[in-house]
Design a binder for this molecule. Structure first.
Ligand SMILES: [Zn+2]
Ligand SMILES: [Zn+2]
Length: 335
């Protein structure tokens, strides 16, 4: 048994407090990672508050983990003690269904989340199936890698499955933890990128992330139209959005791609969807193949999150700032 020092909530919406537990040796396919840093994601907040009615307490948050391999299971051959790895939302899957075999493990019926029924990365150590511990490119700093592993892969996979490529015109609704990463990936990949934001003060910020245009837009109240129709519009907003005008802003065969949580029911007008053969899709995180690709792309093209660092001992301050929507744009807890 390995003694682990963690930060846990004992009840919904309660502050985190020190929490110790014993971790068993890894399973044959498992790996134990010594945590160096861990990003804080909106899903941690939803889990802390038990918004999805699946939280178990004591609850140890954290699913944007960066660390060093401490111990490998007997059957693990691709990782060694000392490797620097990242772990995101997913900790295991069945390994043998069609989705798993094609590297789309996040779609597996038996996919398991790191922080559902399992302790997350606000701790000295985490344990996962070794397939979900990803070796990190040397060029990506430890404190930058965490947010790529949930926020980054969420927007990257959604954009890839919506057909992103050089020269495409991409709209991003919302400039927050997910949105700023979407803008950075899309612009780095050679797209013309337009931000839709409800905050006039974020128009200037959009350019700093590489956006080519930014439009103040609240549901159907838009400051103006984009200069051309968009091939992809990615919704990263956490508040409900009226999509009517966005569907009309799509080019023929354009895709409205939805990520994040809290969308509730998606209502889109049928006629403009059909007339231009537009599509609506929603996308969860991404599988192992897409995560590896995303890390290579981030490394090669220099895509990084904008982070605010907090010592792990100040996890509650980070949660408070996230709850107040004041984080620019991803909080990362360091040890
Ligand atoms: Zn997340
Ligand atoms: Zn599977």
């Amino acid at each position: 048994m390995r003694p682990v020092h963690a930060h846990a909530a004992q009840a919904p919406k309660s502050p985190l407090a020190p929490f110790n537990f014993d971790m068993a040796a890894p399973s044959p396919a498992g790996v134990v990672v010594r945590v160096l840093s861990c990003g804080l994601c909106h899903s941690d907040l939803h889990m802390l508050d038990n918004d999805w009615a699946c939280t178990t307490y004591p609850f140890v948050p954290g699913h944007e983990v960066v660390g060093v391999v401490e111990e490998v299971g007997a059957a693990v051959t691709h990782l060694r003690k000392g490797d620097r790895v990242g772990v995101g939302w997913q900790r295991s899957s069945c390994g043998c269904c069609d989705d798993c075999v094609r590297g789309e493990e996040s779609l597996c019926d038996a996919n398991r989340a790191l922080i559902i029924g399992h302790h997350g990365g606000f701790a000295d150590f985490v344990e996962v199936d070794a397939r979900f511990a990803f070796k990190l490119p040397e060029g990506i700093d430890t404190n930058d890698a965490g947010p790529l592993l949930c926020g980054g892969i969420t927007v990257y996979s959604a954009l890839r499955h919506a057909g992103i490529g050089p020269g495409k015109r991409v709209g991003v609704i919302g400039l927050g933890g997910l949105g700023h990463l979407a803008v950075r990936f899309a612009s780095a990949l050679g797209c013309h990128t337009t931000v839709f934001t409800t905050s006039p003060d974020k128009v200037a910020e959009a350019g700093e992330h590489g956006a080519h245009d930014a439009i103040v837009a609240r549901d159907t109240e838009w400051e103006r139209e984009p200069s051309a129709k968009l091939d992809i519009i990615l919704n990263t907003a956490s508040a409900p959005v009226k999509f009517d005008r966005y569907v009309n802003a799509l080019a023929s065969d354009g895709t409205l791609s939805l990520v994040g949580v809290g969308a509730g029911k998606v209502v889109v007008p049928f006629s403009p969807l059909m007339a231009k053969r537009r599509r609506v899709m929603a996308s969860p995180i991404g599988g192992t193949v897409m995560i590896r690709e995303m890390l290579r792309v981030a490394d090669t093209l220099g895509v990084r999150p904008q982070t605010e660092l907090f010592p792990m001992s100040e996890a509650n301050a980070a949660f408070d700032k996230l709850r107040a929507n004041k984080v620019r744009y991803r909080a990362v807890l360091t040890r």
